[in-house]
Design a protein around this ligand. Structure first.
Ligand code: SF4
Length: 342
């Protein structure tokens, strides 16, 4: 306890927000993938993974995000999220969404604060070319966004921006999904992970900025826009393998600590970690400390994210065209009707 207080005085010494890469397996084959850790000779695994949330919380960590690979393929993912929540952590899950069921999301409802779905393009053919799914990825993602809305789980959408999608416009799709946060990531080179495809997918910083600018319009509609180019992503994340080893992204590659928190404790393991606190803050990684505005299915027409009649009719028209998301369409109609009565 005393140790926690000391640490909280110096946030630079605390792994305040950790991304735990629970596995390296995935059912998708994204060409740009930098989450499979091909350079590791053995799949990092440890039955003590369930101890990690408690150890991190004791060391002053405040947020734990579960990612992969595809974290929903991990047998203990529900237990991990629940354990982290009972340890007092804010919890996040980054998933491609293909394995998510309504039942599972209901089970996680009281334990999961934020779910992040990766969607890179409004076109299934582009997602398929990128290796993101097999033709129904966007439909799944929209479905999950609707579930998250209904259950009051905060939603974030991530896009990896590449040569195939930097000209795409996701604003209409994002108006349907209504995430609280939208993050664009410039495709990242990771030695030994995506060398084969990176050159074919790489984009310039300028192209990336053009993509981001196109989506900034959503800020006025209550969606927080985050953008990370390759430099922003370097040294700015605190990442951990399931065997309790921290690893960083630096010099265009992952670098793995040889010591695990199970061997030398979180404090010592983090003491040697390469991490730029200023960059971490600059990429808005501490947003979760602000008061979170949880939204339920009704919030579409209330508070900060109140929908304008223009947005409502745009959503209606998109829903009509795509013939998806009937629940959203109904809410959009209700919001439009409410607005027109004012
Ligand atoms: S969904 Fe994620 S982990 Fe799976 S292949 Fe794509 S980028 Fe990699």
């Amino acid at each position: 306890m005393i140790e926690n207080k000391e640490k909280s005085r110096n946030p630079q010494k605390v792994p305040i927000s950790v991304n735990l890469r629970v596995n390296t397996e995935c059912n998708y084959r994204c060409r740009f993938c930098f989450g499979k850790h091909k350079r590791l000779k053995t799949t990092p695994n440890d039955s003590r993974i369930l101890e990690i949330p408690g150890l991190l919380a004791d060391a002053g960590c405040e947020k734990l995000t579960f990612e992969g690979g595809e974290p929903l393929l991990h047998l203990c993912i529900n237990d991990l999220v629940k354990t982290a929540k009972s340890a007092g952590l804010r919890t996040g899950l980054i998933t491609n969404g293909s394995r998510m069921t309504f039942r599972q999301l209901c089970e996680l409802k009281d334990h999961l604060d934020i779910i992040t779905i990766s969607v890179d393009s409004p076109y299934e053919r582009v997602e398929k070319c990128l290796g993101r799914g097999f033709g129904n990825h966007i439909k799944n993602a929209v479905q999950i966004s609707e579930w998250a809305y209904g259950l009051g789980i905060e939603l974030k959408v991530n896009s990896v921006v590449t040569k195939l999608n930097w000209k795409d416009d996701l604003t209409a799709l994002l108006r349907i999904m209504r995430p609280q946060h939208y993050k664009a990531l410039q495709v990242l080179p990771a030695k030994g992970e995506n060398d084969k495809w990176f050159e074919r997918l790489r984009i310039t910083k300028q192209q990336f900025n053009t993509f981001v600018k196109r989506h900034r319009v959503l800020e006025s509609e209550g969606i927080r826009i985050l953008a990370e180019n390759n430099d922003d992503m370097t040294d700015s994340y605190i990442m951990m393998l399931p065997d309790g080893r921290f690893f960083d992204y630096h010099g265009g590659r992952y670098n793995y600590s040889t010591k695990s928190i199970f061997d030398i404790g979180v404090r010592n393991a983090f003491g040697t970690y390469r991490w730029d606190y200023q960059k971490f803050c600059r990429r808005d990684a501490l947003y979760f400390k602000e008061k979170s505005e949880h939204r339920s299915g009704e919030v579409i027409s209330t508070g900060k994210s109140k929908m304008s009649s223009k947005s409502a009719s745009r959503i209606q028209s998109h829903a009509d065209k795509t013939r998806t998301n009937q629940g959203f369409k109904a809410r959009a109609q209700a919001a439009a009707a409410k607005n027109s009565n004012k």
